[in-house]
Write a protein that binds this ligand. Sequence first.
Ligand code: CA
Length: 670
Amino acid sequence: MNDYGVFSLMPVTGKSVFEENERASWFSHKTEISKPYYYSVYLADQDVTTEITPTLRAAIFRFTFPKTDSAFVVIDAFQRHSFVKIIPEKNEIIGYSTFYARGPLKNFKNYFIIKFNRPFKNVSTWSDTVLNRGNLSAENKHVGALVGFDAKYRGEQVIAKVASSFISPEQAEENLKELGSDNFEAIEQKGKDEWNKTLGRINVNGGTIDQMRTFYSCLYRMLFFPNRLYEINAQGKIVHYSPYDGQVHDGYLFGGTGFWDTFRALYPFLNLMYPSINKEMQEGLVSDYKEGGWLPEWSSPGYADIMVGNNSASIVSDAYMKGLRGYDINMLYEALLKDANNEGPIGAVGRKGVKYYNSLGYVPYNVGINENGARTLEYAYDDFTIYQLAKALHRPQSEIDLYAKRAMNYKNLFNPEFKLMSGKNEDGSWPANFNPLKWGDAFTEGNSWHYSWASMHDMQGLIDLMGGKDVFVNMLDSIFKMPPVFDDSYYGGVIHEIREMQIMNMGQYAHGNQPIQHVLYLYNYAGEPWKSQYHIRDAMNRLYKATPDGYCGDEDNGQTSAWYVFSAMGFYPVCPATTQYVLGAPLFKKITLNLENGKTFTINAPNNSDKNIYVQSASLNAKTYTKNWIDHFDIQKGGTFQLQMNSEPNKQKGIHQEDFPYSFSTDKNK
Ligand code: CA
């Protein structure tokens, strides 16, 4: 996203070069060390080893130089207007970067402070391609600094303590205090302890070393986003720069997440394992709404104009349904109603095509609104999440009824000729050119085979539309039986998401992108859970690797990782804003969830193996368990979920309607 006002530090030796291509160095990934709390790389052309260890808003760099009379560190504040100032008497460089590609953001600056442990031998600033020797400050389109050091022997080190702030230079200096008087090793150890504690919320046993690596790499990725944009001021108060009015406000703010991706499993995972941080994120959404007037859909930070849907509704509703409290839910609910009934300042905020959607029950194919089918289907699910929250907040019955009705709007796009969802014209006719294999057009980064299952809240309704369970299962099976053919004419070329589906050779199954990621679990709604168990294990094995190219597509702010982590635990939140997780089968013999409330929930599958991928029988706290789902609040109570695994499916288990997961159509409490 090119965001957040990036700036860089780069060691150079020999010549006082500073431009990107001149200062560049060969390096090999083979000699990198990359850990959540430590990074090291040997820069071959410079003959310098660079290390970094971070805190939340600061970091220590350590440069190990060869013996040279020309050792430098280049500071680059990048090319969207920048500023640097060298303060030799304090061994310090301050400045700001405004590098940001999804603007405009009001008054956006990333202020930085870089404090070296040694005096500068010489100083320069540079602007574009011109070096100004002896100059102490520069402000222009693209500026930086170049400071020199003595390296009298091979192995001489230069240490730089670095911090940044979106608020002010003074706040950057405040953030530098996160490092205290700790040296490099102390910060590294603290980072290691912190990550060990955080990742240790889940313990997995009884898998291969590669499965462990994949699992914890995914968990790490999930916890990396969204980013904290708030800072702690000198008075100890939580404050943030607002991308909306450019001012500093009290309270939390987060960014770096696209809800189109992350509503599906990333946020539900936070609600399960790290609810206290999602409570802060919900407070951050209150800040977004108060300062910007809308909830973001893709925050990087603020409002970025990409993707479709109004899935912030799911983010807000799921948190509340899963028991998070202690923030202004009524203001967030007010925001949901506003966003659900208005077009926003940009297409990706509020609901584009809302007038059509609210009057016709769908956004038509032929009125000049792109990706109208995806919008309709996502709005309908989002309306279900609003309905759930409206009930929980005891809103007026007329309001509850309205969103219950709109939640059924997905039915309007069911094209009976194909038994699939398609775009629909304003006059109610079906577009003559409908091709279920066409990516984009009525849909978003997917085709009809990916989007037809988007009524996560009402699979029974979809089963009824298709003509019963057998047809539904047949349609699911077809995804894997079809060849990976496609129509890319909407994009005018093969987008990477299409290529990722094609090369995986799993038919039309496109796990490298988000709309289909819940679909493997859907056999549970039609009484054939063993097919889910088979495909989920297959996807875990084939689509996730403990290698640098281990992901099958965009990782997308933790969502694709969240699919793996949930699936490896044996369940998945098919429909956020309900409290059910639909069952698959775990990857490990034992998984222990150390819940934030102090309780422990263990998933035991002692005879799990590469062959024993099917659940023969299950018990929860020593009582036989027949359901195809498990409830969030049962997990929160702590306990043991015991699974007997087998190499053959048990075709008598999970076949009865009363054991199927939630569907709105069969909800007796609605
Ligand atoms: Ca994606």
